[in-house]
Design a protein around this ligand. Structure first.
Ligand code: GCV
Length: 666
C-alpha cells in the first residue's frame, strides 16, 4: 500500500512498499568510476531511492555496495563480462555476485537504467536473478509541444503552457526539472517547446532576442539526456533577416540560415535541430517559390550538418482550401502524393515526420500508406498524445489500443510499422498533452497516454495491457482491487469512445474548430476536405481504384484487402467505401443498425466506467477521486449528446427505425 498520493507525482509517487532487505541493498551504492559526467545519475538514484522508498543511500566502496552504477566502458574494466551489451542509450540491469549492477551503454543509458530499476521495484516486478538488457527502438523519441508564447496551447487541454506567458518565456525551474525527469523516466530524449505553427513572436525564438532564455531551458533538460528541437518558421529569412525572399534555392537565403544556425549553436551547442511545418495550413514553405519539399528540407539540413543537427520535416501537407463540390480531390491522398515522388532526394539528416493516419489523428482511420513506400528516406511516426479528437482530456480515452493498431499494421512492404523501427522509421514523435494543471494532463488518467507514448517509443512491441499494468501500479499503488479496476476502466475507454463517436471509420462528425462534441455535418460544406457525403440511401466515400484511388497507395495486397468490402476491416468500412445503410455486416446487422447499436453501447459504457470509478471512492485519495469523477460527469453529457445527435441524424435521413425500439428523436 502506498503511503501517499499526489496528482503531481504521476508515475513517480512517494513511499512505495519495499522489503527491508531490498532497502538495505539499495542504500549502499557506488559509481564504478569517479566520473563527473555520471554524478548526476548517482544524484538521481539517491533522490529516487529516498523519495520512492524512503531509504537513504550511502556511497560506499565497490566491495560493500549493493548497487553498482556505471557505463559499459567502466563495467568492462571491473565486472565479469559475458558479451551481452545494450546498444546506444540502452542499459543492462543484472545481478552480479550478490549486487545489482546497472550498466548503461552511455550516460543516458545509465540514467534510463536507474529509472527502470526504481520503477520495476516500485511495481514489485524486479525478478529474482534479474537480467534485463534493453536498447531503445528508435534514436529520436520526441515530444512536440504546440505551446504558443502567449501561454495558450494549441489543442491543449491541461491548462496553460509551463514555458511561456504574455509573448515571452515564463517558467518555474523546479516544474521544468520535474517534467524533464518524468519524460526521461519513460525514455523521451527530444523536446520541442513551441508550436509547429510558428507565429510572429515565436519566429524570433532563434534570434538573440530569445536565445538566452531558450538556452536556459536547454540547460534544464540537458542533464536528463533531453535535447531541444525548435519549431522554425520557413519564412524566417524575411521575417527576422529582412530578406526579400525565403526561396530555398536562393544563395542569400542559404547563407542567412547558415549564419543563423551558427548563432543558435553558439547558445545551444547540443541542439537536436529544427522541426518544420511548411506549406501546411497556411504556414509558409517551398511551394511558394515553385520549389519542392526536398529543396526546402535539404537547405536547412545543410545548415545544420556541421553541428550534427537534424531536420524533422512534417508531411501534413494538403489542400486546406478545397472546394467541397470538387469530388476529385481526396485529402487522405495528399501526404503520399506530395512526398513519395521525392523518395531518395532528402539529405541524410532529414527525417520526414508523418502522422499515423492520412487524415488527422481521427478516432479511427487507416495507417498512412507512406510507411514502406519511402524506402530511401528516414521517417518518423507522429501520434497525438493530446486528445484533440479523442475527448480532449474531459472524456477518458486511453490511446494505447489505437497506437497498437498503428504499430501492428502489416504494411506488406514488408512487415509491420513496429518492424520498421530502427530502420526506415528512425523517430517517433508525440504531440504533448501537458500543461499547468495539477496532474499535468487535465484528466489525471490521461497521464497514461504520456507514459505509454514514452514506453512505446522505447519498445513498440509492448502491449496496451502491459503498459496499463505498469502505469496503474506506479501511479495508484499495490491494492489489486484499485489497480485492477482502474486498468479495466482504461482498457474500456477507447472502444467506448469510438463507439459513441466514430462508426465504421466515419471521421469528422465533430464541432468544427474546437473538435469536441458531435456535429455530423459540421465540416460537410467547408474547405477542409473532410466529408461524409451522407444521403438518405448511402454514406461514405469510395476510396478504391474505382473511386478516389487512395487504396492504390498501399502495397497491392493491402489495396486488395481494403478495396474488397468482404475483407476490408469493418472498423474501417466507411472510410474506404460508400455503401447503402442496408448493407449487411458480417454479423448480419445493417450499417444503420450498427450505427444505432454502437451509439447506445458507447454511452452505456461511459456510464459503466463512471459507476466503476465510484466504487473506488473510499479506496483512493480524495483529490484523485474528485478530479476523475468530475471528468466522468462531463463525459456522460458528451456521450449522450453523441448518441442522440448521431442517431437522430441518421434516423431523419433514412426514416428507418431502431430494431430495438430505443429512444431516437424524430
Ligand atoms: C498545429 C490539426 C490541428 C491543428 C494542428 C495541425 C497540425 O489540423 O487541428 O491545430 O496545428 O493539425 O498537425 O499541424
Amino acid at each position: 500500500m502506498k503511503q501517499s498520493y499526489a496528482l503531481y507525482d504521476t508515475w513517480l509517487q512517494r513511499g512505495y512498499t519495499l522489503s527491508e532487505s531490498m532497502k538495505t541493498v539499495l542504500s549502499q551504492a557506488v559509481l564504478l568510476s569517479e566520473d563527473q559526467q555520471l554524478e548526476f545519475c548517482m544524484k538521481e538514484y539517491i533522490r529516487g531511492v529516498r523519495r520512492m522508498f524512503g531509504a537513504e543511500v550511502q556511497q560506499v566502496p565497490k566491495e560493500q555496495a549493493g548497487v553498482l552504477l556505471g557505463t559499459l566502458e567502466q563495467a568492462a574494466k571491473c565486472l565479469p563480462q559475458d558479451g551481452k551489451t545494450p546498444g546506444a542509450e540502452g542499459f543492462r540491469i543484472y545481478e552480479n555476485g550478490g549486487h545489482i549492477a546497472v550498466v548503461g551503454a552511455d550516460r543516458s543509458g545509465l540514467l534510463y537504467g536507474i529509472y527502470r530499476l526504481l520503477m520495476l521495484l516500485a511495481q514489485g516486478k524486479l525478478p529474482e536473478n534479474a537480467d534485463i538488457c534493453e536498447t531503445p527502438a528508435v534514436q529520436v523519441r520526441a515530444l512536440n509541444h504546440w505551446d504558443n508564447m502567449s501561454g495558450q496551447i494549441e489543442r491543449g487541454y491541461a491548462g496553460e503552457s509551463i514555458f511561456f506567458k504574455d509573448e515571452d518565456f515564463c517558467f518555474e525551474e523546479q516544474r521544468v526539472v520535474d517534467y524533464a525527469r518524468m519524460l526521461a523516466s519513460v525514455g523521451i530524449n527530444t523536446l520541442t517547446i513551441n508550436n509547429v505553427n510558428v507565429h510572429q513572436t515565436e519566429t524570433f525564438l532563434i534570434s538573440e532576442r530569445f536565445l538566452p532564455k531558450l538556452a536556459r531551458i536547454a540547460d534544464l533538460f540537458r542533464p536528463f539526456g533531453i535535447r531541444l528541437l525548435v519549431s522554425i518558421n520557413f519564412a524566417s529569412p524575411m521575417r527576422i533577416g529582412g530578406l526579400a525572399t525565403s526561396d530555398p534555392l536562393d544563395e542569400g537565403v542559404q547563407h542567412w540560415w547558415e549564419r543563423q544556425t551558427e548563432l543558435i549553436y553558439r547558445w545551444i551547442p547540443d541542439l537536436c535541430g529544427f522541426l518544420v511545418k511548411a506549406d501546411s495550413e497556411h504556414e509558409p514553405g517551398p511551394y511558394q517559390y515553385g520549389r519542392n519539399h526536398a529543396d526546402g528540407a535539404n537547405m536547412l539540413a545543410r545548415a545544420l550538418k556541421p553541428y550534427g543537427g537534424i531536420v524533422m520535416w512534417r508531411c501534413f501537407v494538403y489542400d486546406c482550401a478545397q472546394d467541397w463540390r470538387n469530388q476529385k480531390i481526396d485529402r487522405p491522398r495528399a501526404a503520399y502524393d506530395n512526398f513519395v515522388p521525392l523518395d531518395g532526394q532528402f539529405a541524410d539528416n532529414v527525417i520526414l515526420q508523418v502522422k499515423n493516419g492520412p487524415y488527422d489523428f481521427q478516432v479511427r482511420e487507416p495507417v498512412t500508406p507512406l510507411f514502406g513506400a519511402m524506402k530511401q528516406t528516414h521517417l518518423a511516426l507522429e501520434v497525438q498524445v493530446t486528445q484533440e479528437y479523442t475527448g480532449q482530456q474531459r472524456d477518458l480515452c486511453s490511446l494505447l489500443p489505437l497506437w497498437q493498431d498503428v504499430l501492428q499494421f502489416d504494411t506488406k512492404r514488408p512487415g509491420t510499422v513496429a518492424d520498421m523501427f530502427g530502420s526506415q522509421i528512425t523517430a517517433m514523435a508525440g504531440v504533448a498533452n501537458i500543461g499547468k494543471s495539477e496532474c499535468w494532463t487535465g484528466h489525471p488518467l490521461a497521464q497514461v497516454n504520456l507514459y505509454g507514448f514514452g514506453r512505446l517509443s522505447w519498445n513498440p512491441a509492448l502491449t496496451p495491457e502491459e503498459i496499463t499494468d505498469e502505469y496503474v501500479k506506479l501511479a495508484f499503488g499495490s491494492d489489486p482491487e484499485v489497480t485492477g479496476k482502474i486498468a479495466d476502466i482504461l482498457q474500456r475507454s477507447y472502444p467506448a469512445y469510438e463507439d459513441y463517436t466514430s462508426p465504421l471509420g466515419l471521421c469528422w462528425m465533430v464541432n468544427p474548430g474546437y473538435h469536441y462534441g458531435p456535429n455530423v455535418e459540421g465540416y460537410e460544406y467547408t474547405r477542409w476536405g473532410t466529408y461524409l457525403r451522407a444521403t438518405c440511401r448511402e454514406v461514405g466515400i469510395d476510396r478504391t481504384a474505382a473511386g478516389t484511388g487512395y487504396t492504390t497507395q498501399y502495397a497491392p495486397e493491402n489495396d486488395t484487402l481494403f478495396s474488397n468490402t468482404d475483407t476490408c476491416p469493418e472498423k474501417l468500412l466507411l472510410f474506404f467505401h460508400r455503401l447503402p445503410y442496408s448493407y449487411k455486416l458480417h454479423d448480419g446487422r445493417t450499417i444503420l443498425q450498427y450505427i444505432y447499436d454502437t451509439r447506445f453501447h458507447g454511452e452505456e459504457e461511459a456510464e459503466a466506467m463512471a459507476a466503476e470509478w465510484d466504487t473506488l471512492k473510499d479506496k483512493i485519495a480524495p483529490s484523485l477521486y474528485e478530479a476523475v469523477a468530475e471528468r466522468f460527469g462531463m463525459q456522460l453529457e458528451n456521450a449522450r449528446e453523441w448518441r442522440d445527435v448521431v442517431n437522430t441524424y441518421f434516423y431523419r435521413h433514412t426514416g428507418i427505425a431502431d430494431e430495438k425500439g430505443r429512444k431516437i428523436y424524430k
